[in-house]
Design a protein. Structure first.
Length: 436
């Protein structure tokens, strides 16, 4: 099957991921209930992926991925399979096929999370790699272990059989009907948890997974985690992946949003069809239902409404992939309004050339355009108080008169020329479309 990776995700993927609300413990019931909600309430706005995050192969997984070496569910070839006590439809060797079929019948797509490499458990048993005479111990890199999850050894790309192992797991995922894989501990590898001075790049294994996807016969979107991705590896990432994280895990605090202005500014030149720097999940609504990230458990997002709108504004104009982090079925009207504004979400498909145009004091302005000649302006207030800003059109290389529309409020605001004067609430954002 001749497949171009850029055909898999021409626009940034939009979906839901289980991590922010269920950590490593999501169940089949929870996947299906969120798929049901997405199909009924969100699909019409472009939301389509349902992604099962980390450790679906561990029967006793709890809310945290920081754990000791544990028994994992795998087949005779060392390929991880779903824990049947959490995913009953996996019984009889069916894997995720029934869940993927359920999701597909609703017009949606199904994704899973994996760690790079091969289970240490498979290496201990020295299983044979499917379709080869090679064994797990021959292909493994025993010194390559994730510093925050000890399930896996990395694979040594120089050893015969390493590529064949990745081929075998992608063959399995394709048979289940997987449309999206999020591969962790690969975009960057931490020497010490959270210490960005210890980062290494997982390029060799990224290439092996890319080749395995090309061979598997099914279009599968490749997402890489964690971050922050290395800008110096941008061209390699664009060649071998569809999306890659530009931040470590993003959570519900203003400081994390402030960091993203710099990260998005650095990565803006590398956004293109099929290639998307990823700002991570949207921690809005009801999150951490079974979680303990940063010592915080079951809660509604700590971001103010203004901060949530700022996050969605930046993610959309930058054209980041969008993955909802909350439980969908108890979503409040405010959260739903953020996710169903078709005029804002249209930027993911229509806008181009997004960049930070102005950063002056406490004001940040992002600018983009589209093929129809429209200009998009996002004005952000980073202060702790409401502020009036004046944006000179000369600084944006704009001239003449424009019709202005507020995309969040869905209101036409008349004609404007020369400059934009606007009041923006604390930590808030305004998003406009200017048309000749």
């Amino acid at each position: 099957m001749d497949m171009n990776k850029n055909d898999f995700a021409k626009n940034p993927p939009m979906g839901w991921n289980s991590w922010d609300c269920y950590g490593a413990s999501v169940t089949e019931k929870e996947l299906k209930q969120n798929a049901d909600y997405m199909a009924e309430h969100l699909k019409q706005y472009g939301w389509e992926y349902v992604v099962c995050d980390i450790q679906w192969y561990e029967p006793t997984a709890d809310s945290s991925h920081y754990h000791k070496f544990a028994d994992l569910c795998m087949d005779e070839y060392g390929r991880l399979i779903p824990a049947e006590n959490r995913f009953p439809s996996a019984k009889g060797g069916k894997g995720f096929k029934e869940i993927a079929d359920y999701v597909h019948e609703k017009g949606l797509k199904f994704g899973i999370h994996i760690m790079r490499g091969i289970p240490r458990q498979a290496v201990s048993a020295n299983v044979t790699i499917k379709g080869t005479s090679y064994t797990a111990r021959q292909v493994t890199h025993p010194a390559s272990i994730c510093c925050w999850n000890s399930d896996m050894y990395g694979l040594d790309s120089t050893q015969p059989g390493a590529q064949e192992y990745y081929d075998s797991i992608l063959e399995l995922y394709a048979s289940w009907g997987v449309d999206y894989i999020k591969v962790d501990d690969i975009c960057v590898k931490y020497g010490r948890p959270g210490d960005e001075s210890t980062l290494e790049y997982g390029g060799n294994e990224i290439e092996m997974i890319h080749r395995a996807i090309e061979k598997c016969g099914r279009p599968i979107v490749l997402s890489l985690s964690p971050g922050p991705a290395m800008v110096e590896q941008a061209e390699h990432l664009r060649k071998y992946a569809n999306l890659w994280r530009i931040t470590n895990d993003f959570w519900d605090c203003w400081e994390n949003i402030m960091e993203m202005f710099d990260r998005c500014n650095n990565w803006a030149p590398y956004v293109s069809e099929g290639c998307f720097p990823d700002c991570d999940m949207l921690p809005i609504g009801h999150i951490s239902i079974r979680g303990c990230e940063h010592g915080l458990s079951d809660r509604w997002t700590r971001l103010s409404k203004a901060e949530q709108r700022t996050m969605l504004t930046l993610w959309n104009i930058f054209r980041s992939p969008l993955m909802i982090g909350c439980e969908l079925t108890d979503m409040d009207e405010w959260t739903k309004s953020l996710l169903t504004n078709e005029e804002v979400l249209a930027l993911l498909k229509k806008s181009r050339n997004a960049h930070q145009a102005i950063r002056q004091g406490d004001m940040i302005v992002w600018q983009a355009d589209d093929e129809d000649g429209n200009v998009y302006l996002a004005v952000f207030n980073t202060t702790n108080w409401s502020e009036n800003f004046a944006v000179d059109f000369r600084a944006l290389d704009l001239s003449g008169s424009y019709k202005m529309r507020d995309l969040w409020e869905k209101k036409d605001l008349g004609e404007i020329e020369g400059k934009l004067v606007v009041e923006v609430e604390s930590h808030g954002a305004k998003l406009y479309r200017l048309s000749k």
